[in-house]
Design a protein around this ligand. Structure first.
Ligand SMILES: [Zn+2]
Length: 305
């Protein structure tokens, strides 16, 4: 599957006209209808005005190939995190609101949490079997102050899930670290829940979260795994069309400079040979012949001495 093309299908091509003319030549071709610019994501030449222009350093750096798939995977996790945040945020509000009015507490729990219970069940929490919700249920018999703390705890968890969701959605490195740490921190509780009672949903939730942690650490090279950030960024550069063209251009220019130096050395050798041959004495056989590179390392014997 060509994930780059999929990305362009969803978000359109990304073409860029750099200020550097030599680089511009490499990123464009003259078509009958005008210049066609190379899409920095899928590599297709697209006729028409580039979507952006400016110095090469300011060029857009679209996600390509596997990175498109990776971003999609992380965004699916992000959506799941947002849903969790909604559920726990709602729980926090319910507990908070009724922490003061203890009389209506049991009713409030039954009324307000009925739809939540179904949702929570989908997330792998069974109200009957969950230690957490069991504790919560017991908590309604607690004093308002303790209930307040529980509400704060639930709210804090919702906030953590929102941050995780945002970080994953934006595919930022901090977000990947945050999600990895926050999800890892939840794993012991999930293991505890599993040890309590194994249900399909709990196993699925555990596998998803463990999978996310491993996926982040391995593919995003977190914690210095597989070369860490340096290796990750090097891989991104190696996959970038623009960076590949910049590298190719630099290599080409290097070769051009080398050729120029060689040509100058050759010219110098020729000039010297011309000067020594000028006196007309045919003893040039003593002179070593310049090698292919034009660099003559051996000292020259002056025939006039
Ligand atoms: Zn494209």
């Amino acid at each position: 599957m060509d994930w780059s093309l999929l990305g362009c299908g969803a978000g359109g091509h990304i073409t860029f006209a750099p200020d550097e003319p030599a680089l511009g030549e490499r990123l464009s071709v003259a078509a009958r209808k005008g210049l066609a610019w190379r899409c920095l994501r899928c590599g297709t030449f697209v006729i028409g005005e580039p979507t952006a222009s400016g110095p090469a350093a300011s060029a857009p750096r679209p996600r390509r190939a596997e990175q498109v798939r990776s971003a999609l995977i992380l965004r699916i996790f992000a959506v799941e995190r947002f849903l969790r945040a909604l559920v726990f945020g709602a729980l926090a509000i319910v507990v908070w609101r009724f922490s003061a009015s203890r009389l209506s507490l049991e009713q409030a729990y039954e009324q307000a949490l009925a739809p939540l219970k179904a949702l929570l069940h989908d997330f792998g929490f069974s109200v009957q079997h969950s230690k957490l919700l069991g504790l919560l249920h017991e908590a309604f018999n607690l004093d308002p102050r303790t209930l307040g703390y529980i509400a704060i705890g639930l709210g804090a968890y919702a906030v953590i899930e929102v941050i995780e969701g945002v970080g994953l959605w934006l595919v930022k490195r901090w977000g990947e670290y945050f999600a990895m740490i926050a999800t890892s921190a939840g794993l012991p509780y999930e293991i505890y829940e599993l040890s309590n009672k194994i249900t399909v949903l709990r196993v699925v939730a555990f596998v998803i979260n463990l999978g996310l942690v491993l996926y982040l650490v391995l593919t995003k090279r977190l914690l210095g795994v597989r070369g860490g950030k340096k290796a990750y960024e090097a891989k991104l550069r190696s996959e970038s069309i623009l960076d590949a063209e910049i590298a190719a251009l630099a290599a080409e220019q290097e070769v051009a400079v080398e050729r120029e130096v060689e040509a100058k050395q050759e010219a110098a050798v020729q000039a010297k040979r011309g000067a020594t041959a000028a006196p007309g004495i045919s003893e040039t056989r003593e002179t070593p012949v310049a090698d292919e590179t034009g660099v003559n390392a051996l000292p020259r014997r002056d025939p006039s001495s």
